[in-house]
Design a protein around this ligand. Structure first.
Ligand code: C5P
Length: 403
């Protein structure tokens, strides 16, 4: 989504300016075409040469220096931009932008912007909480500006609280959403992701192979399409998506409890069961660590609850999508699962194609049709699956139902 995007990064003078280096580096790595402008104060925190090296272009700091961008950098840098990203955005630049003050290059850039503008605030928690800043943020949002963060946590000044800049990796994760249409806006999506882990004793257990990568890719895609996303996640180590609520669990029964708790609390439009739930658990888990010289433990396995089927057959429940990783007979198994799980759609794949891989190839099976997606990277597969989900939701709650 960021490949070949023209992005102008405006760096203002906060201690978090050093993190803007990582943002520029990340954008360039993702294939974006990046230009950088800095306020004079920003150059006190990070040298301009750093941004020149990272972006591969001269950095503009003043209206009065003619750069290759032309004689009027505040116009030229905007002409170049699909997005003007202000990172970090100080309280001062937010105030100036909200009032339309243009007394240096970066503020003039913001006033003259003609595409999207996004602010990534970074400041002390008292500055962020100040009613003046909050008023400015509200005004800028009303005028159509996007905001990423701020987060809460440790601050450079030693305080702990809201105002900390969103981490570069999360900024990079959230930016594609600014370019996405929002067919899932107003929709609530609940998902299960990752494996479950069923303990045998304190150190051993039964689990399934699942990295959580395809599940998190779906969560990101749903978020980018405008949905409010909650993920019940088994033990996974891959990077979690930003801007998504994560409820961590370990066992299948905990996963079911968390899913049912969510559905009992408030209605969801869509449920996507991506988790590789362990089919069995040990009936009587052993205490401590079973000693090898105590002989072979006698394990009795019992079946775990089927979370997808429980949601699929729930009266008044969400539209339900399941996954089926199979060794053979993809289509027959998918049709059988539609029925058994009460699902509106089954996404079937060949297990060995998907495991521990960045790409996937799937069949999307609904009552009426079969569509093949891929082989493609898991993000693209996720987006295409979600467009099928959008169709299902529109069928389920078509415009006539909204009347
Ligand atoms: O029955 P099978 O495991 O092949 O079905 C796969 C689908 O069912 C996936 O969507 C998976 O998340 C879901 N599932 C579940 N609870 C189980 C087993 C599978 O939600 N106990």
């Amino acid at each position: 989504m960021l490949k070949n995007r023209k992005i102008t990064v405006a760096v203002t003078g906060g201690i978090a300016a050093y993190k803007a280096c990582e943002v520029v580096r990340g954008l360039v790595k993702l294939g974006a075409d990046v230009r950088v402008a800095m306020t004079e104060n920003a150059t006190r925190f990070v040298g301009l040469v750093t941004f020149e090296a990272l972006s591969g272009h001269p950095v503009a700091t003043s209206e009065w220096e003619h750069t290759p961008e032309g004689a009027m950098p505040h116009i030229e840098l905007n002409l170049h931009a699909d997005l003007l990203l202000v990172v970090p955005a100080t309280a001062n630049i937010l105030a100036k932008a909200a009032r339309g003050i243009a007394d240096d290059l970066v503020s003039a850039l913001i006033l003259a912007h003609r595409s999207k503008v996004a602010f990534v605030p970074a400041m002390n928690r008292h500055m962020w909480g100040n009613p003046a800043t909050q008023r400015n943020v509200a005004d800028l949002k009303r005028d159509g500006a996007h905001f990423i963060g701020p987060d809460s946590g440790f601050q450079a000044c030693g305080d702990v609280g809201e105002g900390r800049m969103t981490e570069p990796a999360d900024i990079l994760d959230l930016l594609p959403g600014l370019f996405s249409e929002k067919p899932l806006s107003g929709r609530r999506v609940l998902m299960t992701v990752g494996p479950t882990y069923e303990p045998i004793d304190d150190v051993r257990g039964i689990t399934n192979r699942s990295s959580g990568r395809q599940g998190f890719a779906l969560a990101r895609a749903a978020r980018d399409l405008g949905a409010d996303v909650t993920v019940v996640a088994g033990p996974v180590t891959v990077k979690r998506p930003a801007g998504v609520r994560i409820l961590p669990v370990t066992t299948a029964r905990e996963m079911l409890g968390a899913v049912e708790g969510e559905l009992d609390r408030s209605p969801y439009d869509l449920f996507i069961g991506v988790a590789a739930v362990a089919d069995w658990r040990v009936a009587d888990r052993l205490e401590g660590k079973w000693k090898k010289d105590a002989g072979l433990p006698q394990l009795r396995l019992v079946e775990n609850p089927d979370i997808l089927a429980a949601v699929g057959h729930r009266a008044g429940g969400p539209v339900t999508i399941g996954f089926a990783a199979e060794a053979t007979d993809l289509l027959e198994n998918a049709y059988a699962k539609l029925e058994k799980k009460g699902a509106a759609m089954i996404v079937a794949n060949v297990a060995r194609d998907a495991l521990a891989s960045d790409t996937n190839r799937v069949l999307v099976v609904t009552d009426g049709e079969v569509d093949e997606i891929g082989p493609a990277d898991k993000d693209e597969v996720a987006r295409k699956i979600l467009y099928h989900a959008v169709d299902l939701l529109e069928e389920d709650y078509g415009p006539e139902d909204d009347l």
